[in-house]
Design a protein around this ligand. Sequence first.
Ligand SMILES: Nc1ncnc2c1ncn2[C@@H]1O[C@H](COP(=O)(O)OP(=O)(O)OP(=O)(O)O)[C@@H](O)[C@H]1O
Ligand SMILES: [Mg+2]
Length: 356
Amino acid sequence: MNEASTPHSINSAASASQSIVHTPTIIKTQDLRKVYRTGFWLKAAPPSLKQCSLEIYRGETFGLLGPNGAGKTTLLKLLLGIIRPTAGEASLMGQPAGDSATKARIGYLPENPYFYDYLTGWEFLNYTAGLFGLSGKTKNRRIADLLDLVQLDRHSATKKQMRRYSKGMLQRVGMAQALINDPEIVFLDEPMSGLDPTGRFQVREIILSLKEQGKTLFFNSHVLSDVEMICDRIAILDKGEIVCMGAIDKLLGNPAYYRVKGRGGSLDILDRWLRDITFEGGFWQGTLYENPFEFMATARLMNATVTKLAVAKPTLEEFFMAQIQQQRAIATQAEAENRIAAKPSKRRRLLGKLSA
Ligand SMILES: Nc1ncnc2c1ncn2[C@@H]1O[C@H](COP(=O)(O)OP(=O)(O)OP(=O)(O)O)[C@@H](O)[C@H]1O
Ligand SMILES: [Mg+2]
């Protein structure tokens, strides 16, 4: 796994003296593994999560990305204590995952929340607030504040039964429900799912306001542009394995590449240095992955004039696709090698028959 960040951040004000501020770990997993057993004979399925080790620091916004079936919801459920691991450990705020006192300090928006069709949004929130021991004026105040925060219209919340809510309205009730106990850690499984651009913007704003309040946010999402805007760190999960983890800036900046434009020089040499070369109006243009100083020196030697050399970073989406493709290519190669190793050679088969 490619770990691009360290478990600490360097305080910029104190960076002259290189003093390091350690942020406490709030979520930790160690070699977490989950194998579901299904069917009448409880047959083991391929692992949904393999040796997952990660640390999340207090106050950070952490995004877990991955294709469908990667194991994101499984990891979230293990952290919440909804399902039990096959092996490994997970802890929240220093307590084992599933600890009941800790559960009172966390909030959770499930991927596919179930709502009571015949309750209004207010009645549902009233019920969940009761589960956390809120009552009287405090409870009403809290529900009203949360409805404002998630921008759910008061009239709909008090008069309309939830079976008449749109997907976006239900998602907002779900978000309010996740925050009813003023949690320290908020787990959100696909919080942007089913929301229109305005709704997604509002969820981003809510997440940022929670972040400002010092809450720790752990969420799964497929909307990479949103993740890029709000997360401090991310992890990419594929087929149950964390393929990379780190601060978005560091992950996207490594490796950085350059867009280069110029004229003159030798096509043969340019071809060795640049990728995706195009020609237009007497200029060539291409992408440089090598050292730019060395390229400039080569350009001088071949009498080329470089008119533009700009750093280009991949977007999170490009980075994500590259990581998944790389992981799949490694897996395919390993599979092919295993197949070759497992298959006895013609010579060995012949020797086997002769000795039998
Ligand atoms: N209760 C279950 N019983 C058996 N297998 C399960 C169960 N829940 C999940 N799985 C399997 O575990 C794997 C990971 O599923 P999971 O729901 O964690 O993926 P995900 O990354 O959240 O996917 P998505 O992006 O579609 O929500 C999948 O192969 C899925 O079929
Ligand atoms: Mg999921």
